[in-house]
Design a protein around this ligand. Structure first.
Ligand code: FMN
Length: 374
């Protein structure tokens, strides 16, 4: 178990967000925090967790406590993994190198984005510890292949293929701000090449423009097959929201399913992830691990996800708030905060191990009008 301590000035993820907001340029904060269109899914991700109650056991001996787990053969200290998020250089000058060090200190996995500000090689050199590489598929197959081969050569342990983003969801804050990167930030994997910069002179989000011109809108199961031919790395599919797609994913050789709606940034009105987790877990039927992200802000949320069958969760914005608050140390603090909250939740629920967290420990709260009918 990690020896890191939790800072006392920010008590929870929301307070880290508030601190990050004061440190970040408005364009960067809006990019990190925002969702697509009316942000219905963004809000629903969090409120759906609130609608679940935890049904605790009492009088359970908690002396022997363990929340470590193993995913795709990798032992990690807690069921909380760093989700791939773009452009950590907007939060801290050390960017994804700081995140890699934080992941190592917290003894968990970092997932590096295709849209990172530091390269696959720089991030691997920054810290030991298991890393996954998140892949966006470029129209130019050679570009995609090169990314995969570099990640494999550098010892990344898995590919996370994001399947919910053939185009970017319309994030109106970024359109209004004409989101672009500051001059000191580039796309780290492509420095020196023509894919290293977002356009600066478009009447739109520069990122939306970049993606629309370069990503492969024909992305389909054919690409999953192609990827498994060019790499030995296990492939996790990120962005699955339906049981039938999850089952197809397993049939097509996926090593894991990540239930995600991209933190409410892609299709607005997509369901909250926690509301579809159980049906996906049932369809996957223990053949591969099912993970979840989107809206996790408390240890209680992690507990609820584990109860409904997730092997682990990924956390996106909370790590960004930590990075923007205090770089690598801030990211460690946020990870330790989530760890300590999960630990206390497990202890107060009579769960000394992750295996003790069973589906019956979570119950949908009834709306008041349904209670009145009882
Ligand atoms: C600022 C930001 C950038 C993101 N960039 C990526 C990305 O490059 N690739 C990807 O697969 N997902 C990306 N995501 C989605 C995250 O991996 C994850 O699904 C989401 O953040 C989970 O929701 P949460 O922020 O509520 O934890 C991004 C999310 C945010 C907030």
């Amino acid at each position: 178990m990690s020896q890191n301590t939790v800072a006392t000035d920010c008590l929870n993820v929301r307070e880290y967000e508030a601190r990050a907001k004061t440190n970040l340029a408005e364009m960067a904060y809006d990019y990190y925090a925002g969702g697509s269109w009316d942000e219905i899914t963004l809000r629903e991700n969090c409120t759906a967790f609130e609608r679940l109650a935890i049904m605790p056991h009492m009088l359970v001996d908690l002396t022997e406590f363990d929340m470590s787990t193993e995913i795709l053969g990798e032992k990690i200290s807690m069921p909380i993994i760093i989700a791939p998020t773009a452009f950590h250089g907007l939060a801290t000058p050390e960017g994804e190198k700081a995140t890699a060090r934080a992941a190592y200190r917290a003894q968990t996995i970092m997932t590096l984005s295709t849209l990172a500000n530091f390269s696959i090689e720089e991030v691997q050199a920054a810290a030991p510890g298991p890393k996954w590489f998140q892949l966006y598929v470029y129209k130019d197959r050679e570009v995609t292949k090169d990314l995969v081969q570099r990640a494999e050569a550098e010892g990344y342990k898995a590919l996370v293929l994001t399947v919910d983003s053939p185009l970017l969801g319309r994030r109106e804050k970024d359109v209004r701000n004409r989101f672009r990167l500051p001059d000191n930030c580039q796309l780290g994997h492509f420095v020196g090449g023509k894919l290293a910069n977002l356009p600066k002179d478009v009447e739109d989000s520069g990122l939306a423009h970049y993606i629309a011109s370069l990503y492969d809108v024909s992305l389909s199961w054919k690409h999953v097959e192609w990827l498994s031919e060019i790499t030995k790395l296990p492939i996790l599919l990120k962005g699955i929201l339906r049981a039938d797609d999850a089952a197809l994913g397993v049939k097509n050789g996926a090593a894991g399913i990540i239930v995600s709606n991209h933190g409410g940034r892609q299709l607005d009105s997509a369901p909250s992830t926690i509301s579809v987790l159980s049906e996906i877990v049932e369809a996957v039927d223990d053949r591969v691990p099912v993970l979840i992200d989107s809206g996790i802000r408390r240890g209680t949320d992690v507990f609820k996800a584990i109860a409904l069958g997730a092997k682990a969760v990924l956390t996106g914005r909370p790590v960004l708030w930590g990075l923007a608050s205090d770089g690598e140390n801030g990211a460690v603090e946020v990870l330790e905060l989530l760890r300590s909250e999960l630990k206390l939740t497990m202890q107060l629920s009579g769960c000394p191990k992750l295996k003790s967290i069973t589906p019956d420990m979570v119950r949908q709260k009834k709306p008041f009008w349904a209670l009145a009918k009882d």
